[in-house]
Design a protein around this ligand. Structure first.
Ligand SMILES: [Zn+2]
Ligand SMILES: [Zn+2]
Length: 480
């Protein structure tokens, strides 16, 4: 409370002896935390007072416990300010908005909510043909680190910018940075894009908005996040948030705890460093007639590669003009939300996917079925069965989850009844669909046998269902 710097003190977790390194008595590592009662009300009131908050927000979300090694918490003030602006954080301390990646190479200022003046001020002075940008309907080439965020994303980042401004002014005592009151005020601001399971954030810049539930960006930008360029879901955070609130100290100390966090930032994107597949984009406005002739002969893609210039050819130069064969009138006149997101359950998604496969002549439905079976359904069945047999139990009364089933058969804390956390219905969820798929598409014996083995294992684990219940099972004929 005096504002001075603090020093980390460690002590033995067993006997309490203070000191760095290893405890002389117990020969175990000392730690920077210990159990002690604290006056939470006083801490909260002091924090609220410090940032000039007249009233503590009704609901302030916290965590049950700290997972990082030194059990370092964030300043309470940050949590209070976030609760006031109704934004929540990720385990690393940053505020994120997740959206599906979609690629974009050209845009009209008008269709993304960018005025001509603003376009000029952020560097768009010429259109894609090099003519001066004078009308909001001229097509411009999207710069490699520029992106469009969804309306919902814009509203969320707007709230995040308010939180950051409040944090700067009331906690750090310096000037507000964003001062954004509407989404257009976010144009030109820098963000950090991050893919799941990676730890390098890529800096990008907001240049406009889309009604679609996606993040439109240059294929290079999505590729720089180390992903296939389409369909995956990545997150976007405001750069200032990452710089101010991210800390490696907050990250869980267990294995894998450092994933999904911007441990490194990549401020400038170098096209020669991204995955080569991102360069497989044709750059021409017209495909030559030879190309169409080759398609009739069913030529291998490598045979026609030389007929169509791709970005691979531009590598090494500064010239990244990408042309297109079919123009569109308005970005937002297409489908705005992926049906993959709209379909509620995995079964619905599978059903629709197979129906599409059945309808499209160029698609081999049996191949699709094999892919879905081998990458999702069979794995899920096996995984769920394993989870079932090694599941933890939960006390119905106090909610405690003992690590192993107690021999007494009741909760060791309160004597309450113990119940399972994984159920048979969850394990067998995909069984009927899998069976139907294997039969309907005459799938090769390998998968047939794998499914039979799984069924055998299930039959050994569960008692057979009573007759009338068995009849209520779903048939895939309802699905495909
Ligand atoms: Zn000790
Ligand atoms: Zn209990």
């Amino acid at each position: 409370s005096c504002g001075g710097l603090t020093v980390e003190r460690t002590s033995c977790p067993r006997c309490g002896l203070p000191g760095p390194g290893v405890c002389k008595n117990c020969n175990i590592d000392t730690v920077a935390y210990k159990n002690t009662p604290i006056d939470m009300k006083r801490f909260l009131e002091e924090a609220a007072k410090k940032i000039g908050l007249a009233k503590i927000p009704d609901a302030v979300k916290g965590a049950k416990g700290l997972l990082n090694e030194s059990k370092t918490p964030e300043p309470l003030e940050k949590g209070l300010l976030r609760a006031r602006t109704d934004v929540s954080i990720f385990k690393d301390g940053t505020i994120r908005f997740d959206s599906t990646n979609a690629i974009l190479t050209q845009f009209r200022p008008q269709e993304v909510g960018l005025s001509i003046e603003k376009a000029h001020s952020i560097g768009y002075e010429k259109d894609m043909d090099g003519k001066p940008l004078e009308s909001p309907t001229q097509l411009c080439s999207l710069e490699v680190q520029d992106l469009l965020i969804s309306e919902a994303g814009a509203q969320y980042l707007l709230k995040a910018s308010k939180f950051l401004d409040d944090l700067l002014s009331s906690y750090y005592g310096i000037d507000r940075f964003y001062d954004a009151s509407k989404k257009e005020d976010l144009i030109g601001q820098l963000v950090v894009g991050l893919s799941p399971h990676t730890s390098v954030g890529v800096v990008g810049r907001i240049v406009g908005f889309t009604k679609a539930s996606v993040c439109y960006a240059h294929p290079f930008w999505h590729a720089a996040k180390r992903r296939d360029c389409d369909g995956d879901e990545d997150s976007v955070s405001l750069l200032l948030d990452v710089l101010l609130n991210f800390s490696r100290e907050f990250m869980p100390s267990r294995i894998g705890g450092l994933m999904d966090a911007p441990l490194l930032l990549s401020p400038l994107l170098n096209p020669s460093e991204i995955a080569r597949q991102a360069l497989n984009i044709e750059t021409v406005a017209q495909l030559p007639i030879e190309f169409y002739d080759k398609t009739w002969q069913g030529a291998h893609p490598s045979e026609v590669e030389s007929l169509i210039p791709t970005m691979n050819k531009s590598l090494g130069s500064d010239h990244w003009t990408i042309r297109f064969t079919h123009p569109t009138e308005d970005l937002d006149r297409g489908r705005l939300i992926s049906s993959y997101k709209e379909l509620p359950t995995m079964l619905d998604k599978v059903k629709e996917q197979l129906q599409l496969a059945d309808q499209i002549v160029a698609v081999n439905a049996a191949d699709v079925a094999v892919k879905v079976l081998s990458t999702h359904i069979l794995r899920d069945l096996v995984g769920n069965l394993r989870t079932f047999t090694s599941q933890r139990v939960r006390c119905m009364k106090c909610g405690s989850k003992p690590r192993r089933v107690p021999l007494g058969g009741v909760c060791h804390r309160c004597g309450g009844k113990l119940v399972a956390t994984v159920f048979r219905s969850g394990v067998e969820k995909y069984l009927d669909v899998a069976t139907e798929m294997v039969e309907r598409y005459k799938i090769r014996p390998y998968y047939h046998q794998r499914l039979d083995l799984i069924k055998l294992e299930l039959a050994e684990t569960f008692r057979p269902l009573p007759e009338e219940k068995a009849q209520q099972k779903l048939l895939i004929s309802e699905f495909a």
